[in-house]
Design a binder for this molecule. Structure first.
Ligand SMILES: Nc1nc2c(ncn2[C@@H]2O[C@H](COP(=O)(O)OP(=O)(O)OP(=O)(O)O)[C@@H](O)[C@H]2O)c(=O)[nH]1
Ligand SMILES: [Mg+2]
Length: 322
């Protein structure tokens, strides 16, 4: 049995090894992913994002419990680019979700993406594909932060959940650009804290003002209040996620088709971007040319525009910078 077949029958050691190889950027992992790709597309993917410490892992733990009670199998990926060596955060995730560690229907892994150029999005997609191919019904992807990188990561999700906590007024302003449009479902966690209602109102106002395509298409992102440490508000949240799922799949055929096309487009775009930059950079750095270019720039011997055009002409034969 080859490695891809082992994934398909859910061999846990093979799955763990493949995800590690993806994280390490092993070329062999890519070959296996090629074989698995046609077998993916069954799982429902939920992206969970929010600033450090808002309670993402605690919520994920609650969500696992609900999904397991419904007889669903669950894969969890904790993506943590900030701690390249399994540091505190990931250790914390493991502990928080430990009660599920002996459950065969749950598979939890963390990704740190060690040692290669900006490959976090591709690695996360790869790891999601592995969990999908092994047959998990739901895949929960936790990413830390509310910036551009996280938006890229959550583009692989069907439903994107953005988590805030009370009294994050500044944070709400900060997420205004970009991430608000990415949110399908909003959660205000730690509702035991003061200011939950005010945060909800601020967020509500921003959603009302938002003129993006999702709202136009007829989905108005709901806001849920939770207290994850006490398992409060989770059922309503899960119902909200299911409603979004129904909306996505059943609104109308054209909407779903566009959603599928958008996702495939982004998937290929992200990968091409990563592959091109990575291979060109590897070449340039190996030959020492990159450092030369940088020195030339500092000494004003040339300009970055000409250099970039020169690089494109050399490495991407036939492509022109317009
Ligand atoms: N008061 C209160 N504390 C909570 C709640 N939910 C989680 N916490 C606590 O908040 C802390 C952070 O929770 P995590 O679930 O690790 O948060 P996270 O967003 O996954 O954190 P990172 O992965 O490090 O970004 C822990 O000490 C939790 O016990 C809540 O509803 N109320
Ligand atoms: Mg966490």
């Amino acid at each position: 049995m080859d490695r891809s077949q082992k994934i398909l029958i859910g061999d846990l050691r093979a799955v763990a090894r493949l995800i590690r190889d993806i994280d390490d950027g092993q070329p062999e992992a890519r070959e296996i992913l090629k074989k698995l790709y046609p077998k993916t597309g069954r799982a429902y993917i939920i992206g969970i994002t929010g600033s450090p410490g808002v309670g993402k892992s605690t919520l994920v733990d609650c969500m696992i419990q609900v999904l397991r009670a419904r007889g669903k199998t669950v894969g969890v990926l904790a993506v943590d680019p900030t701690s390249p060596f399994s540091g505190g955060a990931i250790l914390g995730d493991r502990i928080r979700m430990q009660r599920h560690s002996t459950d065969e229907g749950v598979f939890i892994r963390s990704l740190a993406t060690r040692g290669h150029f900006g490959g976090l999005t591709a690695s996360t997609r790869g790891a999601i594909a592995v969990l999908d191919a092994m047959g998990k019904d739901y895949i929960l992807v936790e990413t830390v932060g509310v910036g551009q990188d996280e938006i890229e990561i959550v583009r692989a999700a069907h439903t994107t959940m953005i988590i805030l906590v009370p009294g994050m007024g500044d944070d709400i302003q900060a997420i205004k650009a970009g991430i608000l449009e990415a949110g399908d479902v909003f959660v205000i966690n730690k509702c035991d804290r003061e200011g939950a209602e005010k945060t909800r109102q601020e967020l509500q106002m921003m959603i009302e003002m938002d003129k993006d395509r999702k709202v136009k298409a007829g989905w108005k992102p709901p806001i849920f209040a939770t207290e994850a440490i006490k398992n409060q508000g989770i059922d309503a949240l899960m119902t909200g996620i299911e409603e979004h799922r129904t909306f996505l799949f059943q609104k109308d055929a054209a909407y779903f088709e566009r959603f599928q096309l958008d996702r495939a487009r982004m998937e290929l775009f992200d990968l091409v971007k990563q592959d091109v930059v990575q291979s060109v950079m590897e070449n340039l750095t190996r030959t020492g040319q990159w450092d030369e270019f940088i020195r030339d720039l500092v000494q004003k011997k040339t300009d970055p525009y000409s250099l970039s055009e020169q690089i494109i002409a050399r490495y991407l034969d036939g492509c022109k910078v317009s």
